[in-house]
Design a protein around this ligand. Structure first.
Ligand code: KIV
Ligand code: ZN
Length: 390
């Protein structure tokens, strides 16, 4: 059975770039946009054109540059925003306007001092106006995660009638549990008239560390687009991490879902975005962190050296990491020491290994990590009669 393709909507350059202190200049944005296109994302959200002249210029330049992906610009449900976005996107091969409004009771009361019926009217007016400029209009129901499902379904039905092609259901505050978020998507699938005319999209924030789980729950319940960022960057605790959702779908064929992402470019893309934004990737970050394929405890190292699959559920080369690494620490065993010693040029017999291992443990206890250059010193200090291999 062929797999359903989940569209990857990358918002590294919009929601991701909202990280304090990580502002990108236009040249940096263009390099990243080109890379995202090469990576195989389906939609690039290039910015929020009305927010500043700089953002307008970046969206315009990205729209001219990108060859394959749809280029999208964010707006509020405000006519001026929509006009400016349409102007910035006019050279895109396939432009999309992303417009919307808050739908939770808290947004309606405190942000808009309004009521539900008036919010639906504004939503419909925004989508109808955006449709006069482009065919592809995505509607976001901000704070959908905390919006009551019945009202959310009314909003969705109304904007589909007005021509929305994609319905973004953001868990703006990262509040939902996976079951709750998945249930919301299921509810919309089952209760919104005309839902077959639009794609449901997951846009999850990571305030409780659930963005990835919620997005996956969303697609398991019928959503067919995920909005995400490289390295999961974004305001507060960030957005759904692109590399995580892509690899979850790849590693679980039973889901029958896939993406058009060339996963071999994930690691390099992660490094590129991290360097350009000056925002390091935490070492234990899934898929792209420095330790994602590093093994340091003796039991795990022994297993991985015998067969990688004992402690690795994916091949590092599938995400562009050249090899798993066996890191030597005081928790490492003989198998790991012999393995690394061989890489740096020593083929140790069992007796030699016993001697060198004693020396290694004494040395490793005083160090966080034993590097290749330290191995030479340890072997020399062990005073064994050894055969160096070339
Ligand atoms: O998190 C959110 O609700 C958003 C919308 C503006 C799409 O980023
Ligand atoms: Zn967001």
């Amino acid at each position: 059975m062929s797999k359903d393709i989940v569209q990857i909507f990358d918002t590294t350059l919009r929601d991701g770039e909202q990280v304090p202190g990580c502002k990108l200049d236009m040249d940096q944005k263009l390099v990243i946009a080109e890379r995202l296109d090469l990576l195989g994302v389906n939609i690039i959200e290039a910015g929020f054109p009305v927010s500043s002249p700089g953002d307008f210029k970046s969206v315009e330049a990205i729209a001219k540059l990108v060859k394959n992906a749809t280029v999208c610009g964010l707006t509020r449900a405000v006519r001026k925003d929509i006009e400016v976005a349409a102007e910035a996107l006019k050279h895109a091969k396939t432009p999309r306007i992303h417009t919307g409004i808050g739908t939770s009771d808290s947004h309606i009361k405190y942000k808009f001092n309004s009521n539900r019926d008036a919010i639906i009217e504004r939503a419909v007016a925004a989508v109808s106006y955006a449709k006069t400029f482009v065919e592809d209009v995505e509607f976001y129901a901000e704070d959908a995660g905390r919006t009551d499902n019945e009202f959310l379904a009314r909003v969705c039905e109304a904007v589909i009638k007005a021509g929305a092609t994609v319905l973004n259901i953001p868990d703006t505050t990262g509040y939902c549990l996976p079951e709750e978020y998945g249930g919301k998507i299921k509810y919309l699938k089952e209760n919104v008239k005309g839902i077959e005319k639009a794609i449901l999209s997951c846009h999850c924030h990571n305030d409780l560390g659930l963005a990835t789980a919620n997005s996956i729950a969303g697609v398991m319940n019928g959503a067919r687009q995920i909005e995400c960022t490289i390295n999961g960057i974004g305001e507060r605790a960030g957005n759904t991490s692109l590399e995580e959702v892509v690899m979850i779908m790849r590693q679980h064929p039973d889901l029958n879902l896939d993406t058009t992402i060339n996963s071999k470019l994930l690691y390099d893309t992660s490094k590129m975005v991290s360097n350009k934004m000056g925002m390091m990737v935490q070492p234990n970050k899934a898929i792209v962190g420095a330790n994602a394929f590093a093994h340091s405890s003796g039991i795990h190292q022994d297993g991985v050296i015998k067969n990688r699959e004992t402690y690795e559920i994916m091949d590092p080369s599938d995400v562009g990491v050249t090899e798993s690494s066996i890191v030597l620490t005081a928790r490492s065993g003989r198998a790991a020491l012999a393995y690394r010693a061989k890489i740096v040029g020593y083929e140790l017999t069992k007796t030699q290994l016993d001697t060198v291992y004693e020396e290694f443990l004494a040395y490793a206890d005083s160090k966080k990590e034993v590097k290749d250059e330290d191995i030479h010193q340890i072997v020399e200090t062990s005073k064994i009669d050894l055969q160096r291999i070339s």
